[in-house]
Design a protein around this ligand. Structure first.
Ligand SMILES: C[S@@+](CC[C@H](N)C(=O)[O-])C[C@H]1O[C@@H](n2cnc3c(N)ncnc32)[C@H](O)[C@@H]1O
Length: 267
């Protein structure tokens, strides 16, 4: 488990943090009153917010299971991991392939504080946690390369991460930079917020997050497509997360797109 210094470990309970608000939506216990307050405010605007968090988590499970089962990928780089919530990504992919190697990355000290739960993997596989900021892809790649063989395909997952990073803050460059460094056959899995379906609720939700000091960005279908430039989209393409290869009846529409793309070339 690696971090960048003691200051990274300070947990600020005076303002809401995305990882902890999301934990509250998922019914977790690793959140503080400020997080619950924002969670309740968002739920008052959009009663479907906890449902969207569950649908997003279920998308993550289906997408990484699909990659482990159907593409043979055995290396996973998950950025914006969040507070551990079972089943975690490594538990899913190592149940398919016990030798799978997983690197988790988040920049929130609360995730670092709970990272031990992310490190209990199979004896045949590897799990590692790196505390780093997604806006520093070179540092992430350097750390990831200590565990993953970047000459072989990697599944890069950015799940419910990119809506916290504006285009002006380098969202597209960071995705392109990470993909450039990965071998052909690597895959990008992402989900991110959209205002395509419920513009007014999403606008009010963004305003509530902003009042809590958290930047959120909604992206259109075409804007999400921009992250997949040069990749081959797996079926069914860019769709609301609940519609990506559902294995149970979706709980209803949610304002998050999800998709999986593959970097072309022999793997
Ligand atoms: C909504 S949670 C999603 C957790 C998990 N990926 C999932 O979908 O279930 C977003 C996570 O992204 C992390 N995050 C936000 N901005 C980040 C950044 N710039 N660098 C690294 N992690 C970031 C937050 O700390 C939080 O844990």
């Amino acid at each position: 488990m690696t971090g960048t210094g003691p200051d990274d470990r300070r947990i600020d309970t005076t303002r809401p943090h995305p990882a902890r608000v999301y934990d509250w939506f998922l019914g977790g216990k690793d959140n503080y009153p400020v997080d619950e307050e924002l969670g309740r405010r968002i739920t008052a605007i959009d009663a479907g917010a906890p449902k969207a968090a569950r649908a997003n988590r279920a998308f993550m499970r289906r997408a990484v299971r699909t990659l482990a089962e159907e593409t043979g990928i055995r290396q996973f780089l998950d950025i914006g991991t969040g507070i551990p919530t079972e089943p975690n990504l490594h538990q899913i992919v190592q149940s398919v392939a016990p030798d799978a190697r997983v690197v988790y990355v988040d920049n929130d000290p609360i995730v670092l504080a709970h990272a031990n739960a992310l490190l209990r993997g199979t004896p045949e596989g590897v799990t590692e946690y790196v505390q780093a900021d997604a806006r520093d892809p070179l540092a992430i790649l350097r750390r990831a390369a200590e565990v993953l063989d970047l000459d072989r395909p990697v599944a890069l997952s950015l799940i419910a991460l990119l809506h916290f990073i504006a285009d002006e803050d380098g969202a597209h460059d960071l995705v392109a930079g990470l993909l450039d460094a990965l071998a052909p056959g690597s895959c990008l899995v992402l989900s991110t917020m959209t205002a395509d379906f419920e513009p007014e609720n999403v606008r009010r939700g963004i305003a509530a997050y902003a009042a809590g000091g958290v930047t959120l960005v909604a992206r259109s279908h075409a804007e999400v497509g921009g992250f997949f430039k040069g990749l081959e989209l797996l079926d069914p393409g860019i769709v609301p997360v609940g519609d990506w290869r559902p294995d149970t009846a979706p709980e209803g529409p949610v304002s998050l797109y999800g998709a999986v793309g593959r970097k072309p070339g022999p793997s």
